[in-house]
Write a protein that binds this ligand. Structure first.
Ligand code: ATR
Length: 273
């Protein structure tokens, strides 16, 4: 890989960043597609300063993560409609010094599901009411899915259900819900707490589609249980890679090599245990 005066710079901004898999994924793809570009991790609380820096230094694109996904919106020159409705931006494109915000999490989850199933007409239970649940909820609603929200705290869950125009059920009542699609959006089950599962066994019915947006481990406790109960399972790895593929497309105008991105992320996850 050659870095010279033409090298395009991309990155991820968040605080704290923790162990982000995005640099390995995007740098791997730049290398594979022969693009003269690098992707770095910027751990900062100063989102305003970061945007100024993007313009001043000509940084081409940025992934945005916790805690900046909502606060960045009023600071951008333009925000895509879907990202506006979701209320969160996870991708910035520097288009001739205009910073434009998008939400590729929503498209990531859509792609991950559409690869495996027909969505329209499904009854979906979303577990959680944070930023990820909002992205999932809005894109599902737009694709003809009937929704129901459950969440640990009732007030947050009810607020999301209201903005999606769907019912809310308290967490301890989720076993009574009839759903043929379940999307788990909380961090429960994430490494190193990978022995945890928020979903009661009896909810997992044969033929049900179960997606966990946690991707470390690739197969969470929920997905292991769901497999045993005869469900169709989808790992959060697919959403993560598809949201990254959409970022690559927005930044470069090219289609991303999704299969090699999956391999790259699997390899990285293998390294970190
Ligand atoms: P993100 O933007 O990644 O979705 P978030 O906004 O912090 O993250 O939201 C996390 C979601 O996971 C919330 O719905 C949270 O529930 P509360 O609204 O009650 O806080 C849920 N969550 C986090 N830890 C949880 C746990 N241990 N058990 C159940 N729900 C949990």
């Amino acid at each position: 890989m050659i870095i010279d005066q033409h090298t395009a710079l991309y990155g991820v901004v968040g605080y704290p960043l923790g162990h982000s898999l995005s640099p390995a994924m995007h740098n791997g793809v730049f290398l594979e597609t022969g693009l003269n570009a690098v992707y770095l991790a910027f751990e900062t609380k100063d989102m305003g300063g970061c945007l100024q820096g993007m313009k001043a230094l000509g940084i081409r694109g940025m992934s945005v993560t916790i805690p900046h996904k909502s606060v960045v919106i009023p600071l951008l020159d333009e925000v895509d409609d879907l990202a506006k409705r979701i209320g969160a931006v996870n991708t910035i494109v520097n288009s001739e010094n205009r910073l434009v915000g998008y939400n590729t999490d929503a498209l990531g989850v859509l792609k991950a599901l559409e690869d495996k199933i027909e969505l329209s007409g499904r009854n979906c239970l979303i577990i959680g009411a944070g930023g990820a649940a909002r992205a999932v909820g809005f894109i599902m609603k737009e694709n003809g899915v009937r929704l129901c929200i459950t969440n640990r705290s009732n007030d947050k869950g009810e607020a999301l259900a209201r903005s999606l125009g769907c019912p809310f059920v308290p967490l301890k009542e989720m076993g009574d819900i009839h759903a043929d699609l379940l999307i788990q959006t909380t961090p429960v089950g994430m490494y190193p707490h990978d022995d945890q599962c928020i979903v009661p066994r009896e909810l997992l019915k044969k033929g049900m589609v179960v997606m966990d947006i946690v991707y470390n481990p690739i197969e969470t406790k929920l997905l292991t249980l769901a497999k045993i109960r005869g469900c169709i399972t989808i790992s959060g790895l697919w959403m993560f890679v598809h949201q990254g593929a959409e970022q690559f497309r927005l930044w470069t105008g090219r289609e991303a090599p999704v299969t090699s991105m999956i391999k790259l992320v699997e390899m990285e996850l293998g390294k970190s245990g």
